[in-house]
Design a protein around this ligand. Structure first.
Ligand code: SF4
Length: 355
């Protein structure tokens, strides 16, 4: 039976996953997979803490890309009208409200193929304004070149979200206006600039089990794995090509979360879109499988998200607590103490390690 033992490569001392190894892990009996995932999770994280992010759409709809799942593509009649980039002051006041409600990271998303030069000053001002509130900043603006990534980094951007969505093999069935390689190039530009990477995918795009595994292999084998890995469950949108897509089996969804946790033990694995369709029990299983981040707020870009009161009720039932800013993110000199604490905990013989 495959176990989550590290087999490091010489250059990075990090495990490089083959598709076969990942598939064997993914196909483990469910209870075995969950046990391994929870064990790995406890080596790097407090299992009772969940990071909370808030997402704001700063420019909605009218996107020239053809992502088959997306209500914001101008190619589909989803009934969504396009808006302009919103005012900086509005972003900052929304971020302040989110911070006061407990969110530690503020994610700003624009429906673009890539940012235009004329919008960069406004984008930079948003990053600076949200940073000044003491929050982590994240943006998702489409493809970035190296210069744009460096400018966002200079403004203080902490994370950039750019999902690979699915496997390389399935990618062109979902999106034709850019390639899988384009996605990876932006991720590399983001990484090279020093911004942390947020990248994951969507389940329910007509992919098979191997596509799900291959997507995780791509993410885990990046030169550095993403610090955040959002796993979305498709919410079918009328008017898009995937409007009638088959629903994702909840157990299959939890399997992906558990496999992601084991393959990317240091990453925050985020339950993203689709939580409105998940029962409390399914979300609890996802947290047990190693998910430790959620989006809060009643909308996700253009889709519904659970009411914050519902989230807090679920947290109370499960004894979960929100993470603080930078918890388990030893990215700055100030965080060295935290890094030492985590290293000491990882070496604690009381915490079981699979070999
Ligand atoms: S997912 Fe993003 S890039 Fe694709 S159509 Fe929607 S807004 Fe555009």
């Amino acid at each position: 039976m495959l176990e989550a033992s590290p087999r490091p490569d010489a250059a990075t001392s990090r495990k490089v996953w083959t598709a076969q190894e990942a598939r064997e892990l993914f196909d483990l009996p469910f209870m075995e997979l969950l046990f391994q995932a929870q064990t790995v999770h406890r080596r790097s994280f407090d299992p009772n803490r969940v990071q909370m992010s808030r997402l704001l759409s700063i420019k909605t709809g009218g996107c020239p890309e053809d992502c088959s799942y997306c209500s914001q593509s101008s190619r589909y009649d989803s009934g969504l009208s396009a808006s302009k980039l919103i005012e900086v002051q509005r972003v900052i006041s929304e971020a302040r409200r989110a911070r006061d409600a407990g969110a530690t990271r503020y994610c700003m998303g624009a429906a673009w193929r890539s940012p235009k030069e004329r919008d960069m000053a406004q984008i930079v001002a948003m990053i600076e304004g949200v940073k000044a509130l003491g929050m982590e900043t994240c943006m998702t603006l489409g493809m970035l070149d190296g210069d744009q990534a460096r400018r966002l980094k200079t403004a203080g951007l902490d994370y950039y979200n750019h999902n690979i969505d699915t496997s390389e093999a399935h990618y062109s069935n979902v999106i034709t206006t850019r390639t899988f390689a384009d996605r990876l190039e932006t991720l590399q530009n983001v990484r090279d600039s020093g911004i942390k990477v947020c990248s994951g995918g969507i389940l329910g795009l007509g992919e098979g089990a191997q596509d799900r595994v291959d997507m995780l292999v791509t993410l885990a084998n990046l030169p550095e794995p993403p610090e955040s890995v959002p796993v979305n469950m498709l919410i079918p949108v009328a008017g898009t090509p995937l409007a009638d897509a088959d629903p994702v089996d909840p157990i299959d969804f939890v399997r992906v979360i558990a496999t992601a946790r084991i393959m990317m033990p240091e990453s925050h694995v985020r339950l993203s879109a689709g939580r409105t369709e998940m029962s409390d029990e399914m979300q609890a299983l996802c947290f047990f499988a190693g998910a430790n981040s959620i989006f809060v707020g009643d909308t996700l870009l253009t889709k519904d998200n659970p009411d914050e009161d519902d989230d807090m009720r679920l947290f109370a039932k499960l004894g979960l607590q929100p993470m603080t800013v930078h918890e388990h993110m030893p990215a700055t000199d100030d965080d060295v103490g935290e890094a030492r604490r985590l290293a000491a905990r990882a070496a604690d013989p009381a915490i079981p390690v699979l070999r």
